[in-house]
Design a protein around this ligand. Structure first.
Ligand code: WTA
Length: 683
């Protein structure tokens, strides 16, 4: 990789024209990696001498038993089933590394989390000592309710303290957590309970999102019923009575959702905690490759995949990427990742990574838009946040409402602002840099996936000259390559399929219960490589620009959705013969689901049918999957082999009238003219 040529010096006057932004001087000084040559040196050793590199990182963590083994892997399906192992034979525990290890080095009385509720009046804090006490107690609850090592626990909770406690308690005893984002529908939750064969589920009565109360327990009850009908009995549900303790939005009424413990399997959280008073619950030492958690993510075929992460590798990688990408120092930093633990970002960069680094972090239940669009900056000022991590979709939404929401709060503490979830457009990047960070903060665009466990392409705040819109260079130990459609390596500048040529500690170990799908999804497209499903470009200076999904997944507000899953939800309606869903561009969300539906003979797409179809997507998947536009299609463009050509539908959804590409292979070209003519006026 060639050294980066810096074209301009950082000068406020010419900021708008800058191509490259140098690391801010104050960050350079104390950084873990300072200056680009240091990054290159370390990167080279992480590839050429990877076992030693990772052994040095692992030595910063606690292992009950070490290992002389480093990474072992096979990515080539022609040579056998793909696998990855790290530090085979070692024994450790991730929760121990988050808690006891920090307490032993004197951080016991340090604040671990600053809980910031949906309502700004609901704020509290917890130290490392106090967090450990709760985690030990809840781990005793789990054990006494029959959960042990290797059992799975589903967690369906909003961003409240019990979510962190429940995840850590699972990790402490070697139970595998499966956190399901508390915005998923009962059907989605049921499918995840069944697939994971959960022995226990943790939830809450409900939650406020802004001024809106949302009941969660009835969703869980429905999900348990659906799971039971599918042969999976959920033996135990623990319910946090959250709504009772929150401040009600001004003028709001306490919601009446019925009793939170309505079934004999239900048990209230505080009562359960009370019942184990004085019961000790020791740490379970786990083998390096014992399972830590599963987290479901959308799959091209429609059925969600349970991404499996294990112990030593995930732990080492979440620890090290948090340290490097945000250049954290526990003595001085106040860190804040706005993500929800229902997604991988919350696992690696709200919970595990920050705790292992001994940080004080904000744990945020709220929304960036409530009580108004200045919440992120108000909280930043309140806690003097130094390192912040959010999503491009939030940035675009906040950018649209005006700078005065930002500038009325003091953001001088901010040194690093990270984004994740989708490519960040250069204008949003520049706004973050100029308006939010006032030119002082480094902007880190981090590229990664549920599957990668942690950042795989990201800048280092004290080392990498930044280009707006580029995630820059691979992280340590990651060999990012571009390959063409034949699987041949593209050297130098170019564009292609983004793959990884070697294993890194944090990568997924499998798809829960489906070995074939693991091999097929990630390793069969380009033998010898892990394929991300994304396309990317590399410029003359080696910078990587991720362009987005090249498969049948779409990214809506930073969340991956499967076109096939939405299509089958719509096709479940008795009036729908066939549905095709594509991603169409959206200013704030990045993209939105645009659906084409072919109806049965004689049916018409009335407003009430549109509403029914949207409701179907909502109940089968969740609000995020609801198509913004549903268009009636007299037919769908298909190839002679019967495949729907989504490439053409995507162009139509984007508003193109011509330039749709090759249409000669279609059975019926006239369908296209009809679809263009039938495009709704708001499309
Ligand atoms: C996309 C989220 C461009 C990408 C951590 C990837 C990004 C998918 C970026 C994974 C980024 C995430 N630039 N694209 N900085 N970050 N993506 O599994 O398409 O929810 O494959 O993990 O999000 O989404 P997932």
């Amino acid at each position: 990789m060639s050294d980066v040529r810096v074209k301009f010096s950082l000068d406020k006057e010419v900021e708008e024209e800058l191509d490259v932004f140098l690391p801010p001087a104050p960050l350079l000084a104390g950084a873990h990696v300072s200056g680009l040559p240091s990054y290159h040196d370390l990167y080279r050793s992480s590839i050429n001498d990877s076992d030693r590199f990772w052994a040095t990182v692992a030595a910063e963590l606690y292992f009950e038993q070490g290992s002389t083994k480093g990474l072992e892997w096979n990515f080539d399906v022609r040579k056998g089933a793909p696998f990855t192992r790290f530090m085979s034979g070692a024994r450790t525990n991730v929760a121990y590394n988050c808690l006891e290890r920090n307490i032993k080095r004197g951080l016991g009385d340090k604040v671990a989390f600053l809980f910031e509720g949906n309502d700004p009046r609901d704020a509290s804090k917890i130290t490392y000592n106090q967090l450990l006490e709760k985690v030990v107690a809840f781990s005793a609850v789990l054990r006494t309710r029959g959960v042990g090592k290797g059992d799975t626990v589903s967690i369906y909770l909003p961003m409240i303290s019990e979510l962190a406690i429940a995840m850590l308690a699972c990790a402490r005893i070697g139970a595998i957590h499966s956190v399901v984002f508390a915005g998923f529908s009962a059907e989605s939750l049921a499918a995840r309970i069944v697939d994971a064969k959960a022995k226990l589920l943790v939830t809450s009565d409900g939650v406020f999102r802004g001024t809106k109360p949302i009941a969660l327990k009835p969703i869980v009850d429905k999900a348990a019923e659906l799971a039971a009908a599918d042969g999976c009995l959920l033996p135990k549900v623990i319910v946090v009575e959250h709504l009772k303790r929150v401040s009600l939005p001004d003028g709001g009424k306490a919601p009446q959702f019925g009793p939170s413990c309505s079934h004999e399997r239900d048990e209230e959280w505080e009562a359960a905690m009370e019942s184990v008073k004085g019961v000790d619950s020791r740490v379970e030492w786990m083998d390096a490759e014992d399972s830590l958690f599963i987290l479901y993510t959308s799959g091209s075929t429609g059925k969600p995949k349970g991404i499996l992460h294990t112990t030593a590798g995930y732990m080492t990688y979440a620890y090290q990427t948090t340290k490097m990408t945000f250049d954290v120092h526990h003595e001085t930093d106040v860190y804040w990742c706005t993500a929800d633990c229902g997604w991988i970002t919350g696992h690696s960069y709200v919970l595990y990574g920050p705790l292992m680094n001994g940080l004080t972090s904000v744990f945020f239940e709220g929304l960036p838009s409530y009580p108004d669009a200045s919440r992120l900056w108000q909280v930043t000022e309140k806690y003097k946040v130094t390192k912040m991590y959010t999503s491009p979709t939030a940035v675009r939404a906040l950018m649209a409402v005006g700078d005065h929401y930002v500038t009325k709060y003091d953001r001088r503490s901010l040194q690093v602002i990270g984004t994740v979830g989708e490519p960040i457009n250069p204008s949003a990047w520049r706004w973050l840099h100029k308006v939010v960070g006032e030119g002082r903060a480094a902007i880190v665009d981090t590229y990664w996936q549920t599957e990668t466990g942690g950042h795989v392409i990201a800048p280092l705040p004290g080392a990498t000259p930044l280009k707006p819109g580029s995630a820059t260079f691979p992280c340590f130990g990651v060999e990012a390559v571009l390959v063409d459609s034949e699987g041949r390596l593209i050297e130098g500048p170019g564009e292609g399929n983004l793959c990884f040529a070697r294993a890194w500690p944090g990568m997924l170990r499998g798809v829960w219960g489906d070995t074939d799908r693991f091999a097929k999804t990630y390793f069969s497209s380009f033998p010898g490589f892990y394929f991300t499903g994304d396309g990317a470009k590399r410029d003359e200076e080696g910078y990587i620009w991720v362009t987005g999904r090249v498969d049948d997944l779409m990214n809506v507000s930073g969340h991956l959705l499967s076109t096939a899953e939405i299509e089958s939800a719509l096709a479940a309606h008795e009036k729908v013969a066939e549905a095709a869903v594509v991603a169409a561009p959206h200013d704030i969300k990045g993209s939105f689901p645009y659906a084409f539906v072919t109806l049965n003979q004689g049916e018409r797409l009335t407003p009430s049918l549109v509403a029914e179809l949207k409701q179907l997507a909502r109940t089968k998947i969740g609000p995020i999957a609801v198509p913004d536009i549903i268009q009636q299609a007299p037919g769908l463009p298909k190839t002679r082999s019967g495949k729907v050509t989504r490439r053409i539908l995507r162009k139509i959804a984007e508003g193109f009238d011509n330039g749709l590409g090759d249409t000669t292979t279609l059975i019926d070209e006239s369908v296209i003219t009809q679809l263009i003519a039938g495009r709704p006026s708001n499309a």
